[in-house]
Design a protein around this ligand. Structure first.
Ligand code: CIR
Length: 257
């Protein structure tokens, strides 16, 4: 049903980019074990998982979500907002190019995949420290022929749009309103709010009718389960120290029926 493209943890992860979290020691061996468990959890949800080898020269390369976007019809190589991440997508783009027509965001556009939330044919783009209006405008032009609309959403105090909001059901979103400058673009959806004690808790990976979710947000987890959502939890503590979350470690492609 699904293919998940992932990349193993770089030995250089401790040298990752950080924007909104304090740098602290990362246990690389533990990060690798957690990443392997994340891949097994994706398999348990029905994904065929492709695990690309680690890249020693790219600290953040485990976060494959940021280097590409995948739609049913097409894939897009992004242009990440920080220079240090611009070369890490090459092998990911090669894999995607064998599965979908591959398009590309060019300078001066910047776009991190973490800023792109696609719900059906509506694509929301976070305008953040990493993704700019030029990137969004290019994305709109690339996707228009396939019937997608592309809307901007301003974020605040967080790295990416998907730090603030992700999909957890057909019409249901998990949200930290404090990190959205304006929630109006999402007025058509049912919202589950993160617990106020768990500001990083809005990031979940949606695979079909289940979600994969960090195990460190018990209060928000209880809200998700109370809403009837099928949740599988994973420990991603070391990846969170690199300002990663669960969406950022995979690119999900729906396989043709
Ligand atoms: C970065 O700052 O780019 C990485 N340390 C973290 C990227 C996480 N990406 C994501 O949530 N989509």
């Amino acid at each position: 049903m699904w293919t998940a493209i992932t990349r193993k943890v770089s030995p250089a992860l401790a040298g990752c980019e950080l924007a909104f979290v304090q740098r602290c020691p990362i246990d690389i061996a533990l990060a690798r074990r957690q990443h392997a468990a994340y891949c097994r959890a994706l398999e348990s949800l029905g994904c065929d998982v492709i695990e690309l080898p680690a890249l020693a020269d790219f600290p953040d390369s485990v976060f494959v979500e940021d280097v590409a976007l995948v739609f049913d019809e097409v894939a897009i190589a992004t242009r990440p907002g920080v220079e240090s991440r611009r070369g890490e997508g090459d092998a990911v783009h090669e894999v995607l190019g064998s599965l979908r027509p591959l398009l590309r965001i060019d300078a001066p556009g910047t776009l991190d995949g973490g800023d792109v939330l696609c719900i059906g044919k509506r694509v929301f783009v976070g305008i953040s420290a990493r993704s700019n209006e030029a990137g969004r405008a290019q994305l709109r032009e690339l996707l228009e022929p396939y019937g997608y609309t592309v809307e901007s959403v301003a974020t605040r105090e967080c790295l990416h749009l998907k730090s603030a909001i992700t999909q957890v059901g057909d019409d249901t979103l998990l949200v930290n309103h404090a990190w959205l400058a304006d929630s109006a673009p999402f007025a058509d959806y049912h919202m589950i709010e993160v617990d106020p004690d768990e500001e990083h808790a809005a990031n979940a990976v949606c695979v079909g009718d289940a979600i994969l979710y960090p195990d460190c947000f018990p209060k928000t987890l209880a809200r998700l389960r109370a809403a009837g959502i099928n949740v599988t939890t994973v420990d991603v503590s070391e990846l969170q120290k690199a300002e990663g979350a669960v969406t950022c470690c995979s690119l999900l492609l729906r396989q043709p029926d």
